[in-house]
Ligand binder design. Structure first.
Ligand code: FES
Length: 107
């Protein structure tokens, strides 16, 4: 199972085991990672799953589709490595993925 490290804005790390085929958001939800709320249930319609993908891992994902980009444009604290984690599919090659959560998603 691919392991993903979520790092809250305050530096708290959560290492979770994800299932291949699920979204990075769902892996966070399954493991109760604080800061990933996913209000819309994964339909790229809320941006409460916004995270910064570690630069090393960013090229492993396809670029955002228009629906994701449109919602990202509405997100707070946007960065060049911002993604909606509900749109990122877990694959075995993502073992070790690191994502960081923005300040707007602190509890
Ligand atoms: Fe709503 Fe990702 S869960 S945009």
């Amino acid at each position: 199972m691919p392991r993903i490290t979520f790092i809250e804005f305050n530096g708290t790390e959560h290492v979770v085991e994800a299932k291949t085929g699920q979204s990075v958001m769902q892996a966070a939800m399954d493991n109760l990672v604080p800061g990933i709320v996913a209000e819309c249930g994964g339909f790229a319609n809320c941006a409460t799953c916004h995270a910064y993908v570690d630069e090393k891992w960013l090229p492993r994902f396809p670029p955002p589709e228009s629906i994701e980009q449109t919602m990202l444009d509405c997100a707070y604290h946007l960065q060049s490595n911002s993604r909606l984690t509900c749109q990122l599919k877990v694959t075995p090659e993502l073992d070790g993925l690191v994502v960081r959560l923005p300040v707007s998603q602190t509890e």
